[in-house]
Design a protein around this ligand. Structure first.
Ligand SMILES: Cc1cc2nc3c(=O)[nH]c(=O)nc-3n(C[C@H](O)[C@H](O)[C@H](O)COP(=O)(O)O)c2cc1C
Length: 445
C-alpha cells in the first residue's frame, strides 16, 4: 500500500484558534462554552476519518503587552480565555467511536502523577484513543498563576520535561498488562506481583508509586511534541511519536522533517516511529476566486493588535515599546530584547515590520493559508506529503464547524482517490491509526 497521510484537527477549547477571527466569523455557529460546539466538530472529523482531534492549551490570561490584559480580553487574543481541554475530551469520548483525542498538558506546571492519572483514565475510557502533547509552557503569566518563583530557563524546562516524561512512563508501566484479574469466583481483583512499586528519586521529582490505574489499552497515550529549538528537537526525538510543526513551504518543512528523523535515529529509534505533522489553514471554494474571497473576508476580521498580543505571549516579551513600523531586525538588535525572543522574531524575516507580523499572527499565527477548490487543496497537500515534507497535516480552522465540513466534503474524497488517505478506519486505537506500535512494557528495574 502507498504511504498514508495522517490528519489531525486542531482546536483550542476557546474562541480563538490560530485564527483570531473564529469566534466572530459569521460562519461560526455555537461557541466555546457549549459542549455541542465540540461534539459537532468531532462528529465531522470522525466522519472524515481523521486520525485525531487535538486541543492545544496555555494556562493563563496573557498580559505581556504593556502589562495589560484589557485589549486581549476586550477583543480576544489567543490567551484571553479557554477551557481546560481534558474534561472536554472526556465528554467527547462518549460522542465518538474511532477518533483519537489529544490535548496539551504542561510539564512545568503539573506533576507527573497528575498527567499519568488523567491520560491513563482517558485512554481507558476511550478504549485506546488518547494522546498527550507535551509542552514546557512559555510565559510569565503562567508562572504567576501557579505561584512559581520564576519562569525556568528554556533548556531547564526541557531538562525537567525529560525527567517528567520518564516518571510518567514509569507510572504507566507500573501495572503489567495482565495485572487486573477481576476474577469474581476466586475473589481476586488484581495480581499484586504484577503491580510494581515506583520509587523515583530524581533531580526534579520524588515519586513513589505505583499508579492506582491499570495499564491502559495503548500502554500509554500517544506522545506528541512541538519544539523547534535544538533542545526542543532533541527532546522530541527522544519521546515524541508525533511532532507538530509550522512551515511556510516544502523545502523548509522537508529540512525540518529530515533533521527530526536523523535525531530520532540517534536516539536508537526507527525514523517512522515519529510522525511529523505540519499545520495548514485551508480556505476552500467552488472556484479559486471564491476561496480567495473567503480567506480575505476571514483575514479582515482578525485584528492585527491581537496578533501582536499573542506573539508577545508566545515569546514572553513586551513589544509595546516599539512602533508598528519597526522592522524585526531593529527589535531583535535592541538591548531590551532577550536573545531567545530575538531569535524567534528573526525567524519571521528581518525586514518584516511589527504591523505585518501582527496581521500574520492575527489571521493564522503563521500557519500557511491554502486557497483553492477541494481538488486544488488535495493536490497541494499531496505534493507536500510526497515531497517528504511531512507525514500528514494539522488542519487549523478559520470558522467552526464549517472549515472542517468543507474539508471533509471536498478535500478528503480527492485525497482518497489519490490513494494517500484511508477510506475507512482499519484499527480502533490512535496508535493503530498512526501506524505506531505499542511501547513495550518496562519490567521492574
Ligand atoms: C502546532 C503547534 C501546537 C502547539 N501547541 C502548544 C500548546 O498547546 N501549548 C503550548 O504551550 N505550546 C504549544 N506549542 C508550542 C511548542 O510546544 C513549543 O513551545 C514551541 O514550538 C517552541 O519550542 P522550542 O522552545 O523548542 O523552540 C505548539 C506549537 C505548534 C507548532
Amino acid at each position: 500500500m502507498t504511504r498514508q497521510m495522517h490528519l489531525s484537527a486542531f482546536l483550542l477549547a476557546g474562541p480563538v484558534v490560530h485564527s483570531h477571527a473564529v469566534w466572530r466569523h459569521p460562519e461560526t455557529h455555537g461557541h466555546y462554552l457549549e459542549p455541542e460546539y465540540y461534539a459537532r466538530v468531532a462528529e465531522t472529523v470522525e466522519a472524515g476519518l481523521f486520525d485525531f482531534l487535538f486541543f492545544a492549551d496555555r494556562l493563563a490570561v496573557g498580559d505581556q503587552m504593556g502589562g495589560s490584559r484589557d485589549t486581549a480580553l476586550r477583543h480576544g487574543a489567543q490567551d484571553a480565555t479557554r477551557l481546560d481541554p481534558l474534561p472536554v475530551l472526556s465528554y467527547l469520548v462518549g460522542e465518538t467511536r474511532r477518533l483519537g483525542l489529544g490535548a496539551t498538558r504542561s510539564t512545568t506546571y503539573y506533576e507527573p502523577a497528575h498527567v499519568a492519572r488523567a491520560f491513563a483514565t482517558l485512554d481507558h475510557l476511550s478504549r485506546g484513543r488518547a494522546a498527550w502533547n507535551i509542552v514546557t509552557s512559555m510565559n510569565d503569566s503562567e508562572r504567576r498563576l501557579f505561584r512559581h518563583e520564576r519562569h525556568l530557563d528554556h533548556d531547564l524546562r526541557y531538562d525537567r520535561a525529560d525527567e517528567f516524561v520518564d516518571v510518567a512512563c514509569q507510572l504507566w508501566d507500573s501495572w503489567a498488562p495482565a495485572a487486573l484479574k477481576l476474577d469474581r469466583e476466586a475473589g481476586v481483583l488484581a495480581d499484586p506481583d504484577a503491580v510494581r512499586a515506583v520509587d523515583h528519586q530524581g533531580e526534579w521529582f520524588r515519586v513513589e508509586g505505583p499508579l492506582n490505574i491499570p495499564r491502559s489499552p495503548q500502554g500509554r497515550p500517544v506522545l506528541i511534541q512541538a519544539g523547534s529549538s535544538g533542545r526542543g528537537r532533541r527532546f522530541g526525538a527522544r519521546w515524541a511519536e508525533a511532532i507538530f510543526t509550522i512551515h511556510a513551504d516544502i523545502p523548509a518543512a522537508r529540512a525540518f522533517r529530515q533533521d527530526v528523523r536523523r535525531l530520532v535515529v540517534e536516539q536508537g529509534r526507527a525514523p517512522d516511529t515519529c510522525k511529523v505533522l505540519t499545520a495548514v489553514m485551508p480556505f476552500i471554494g467552488g472556484s479559486e476566486a471564491e476561496a480567495r474571497a473567503k480567506r480575505d473576508h476571514h483575514n479582515a476580521l482578525a485584528r492585527p493588535e491581537l496578533g501582536l498580543i499573542t506573539l508577545a505571549s508566545q515569546i514572553n516579551f513586551d513589544l509595546s515599546g516599539f512602533t508598528l513600523d519597526t522592522r524585526l531586525e531593529t527589535v531583535a538588535r535592541d538591548p531590551r530584547t532577550p536573545v531567545a525572543a530575538a531569535e524567534k522574531l528573526l525567524y519571521q524575516g528581518a525586514q518584516v515590520t511589527l504591523r505585518e507580523l501582527g496581521e500574520r499572527f492575527a489571521s493564522s499565527v503563521r500557519v500557511p493559508q491554502l486557497v483553492g477548490t477541494g481538488e486544488q487543496i488535495a493536490e497541494t497537500l499531496t505534493q507536500w506529503f510526497e515531497a517528504g515534507a511531512c507525514d500528514g497535516f494539522v488542519i487549523s480552522p478559520g470558522y467552526l464547524p464549517g472549515s472542517f465540513d468543507e474539508f471533509v466534503e471536498s478535500v478528503v474524497p480527492h485525497l482518497q482517490r489519490r490513494g494517500v488517505f484511508r477510506s475507512a478506519y482499519t484499527g480502533s486505537t490512535l496508535r493503530e491509526h498512526l501506524g505506531l506500535i505499542e511501547p513495550a512494557h518496562r519490567e521492574r528495574r
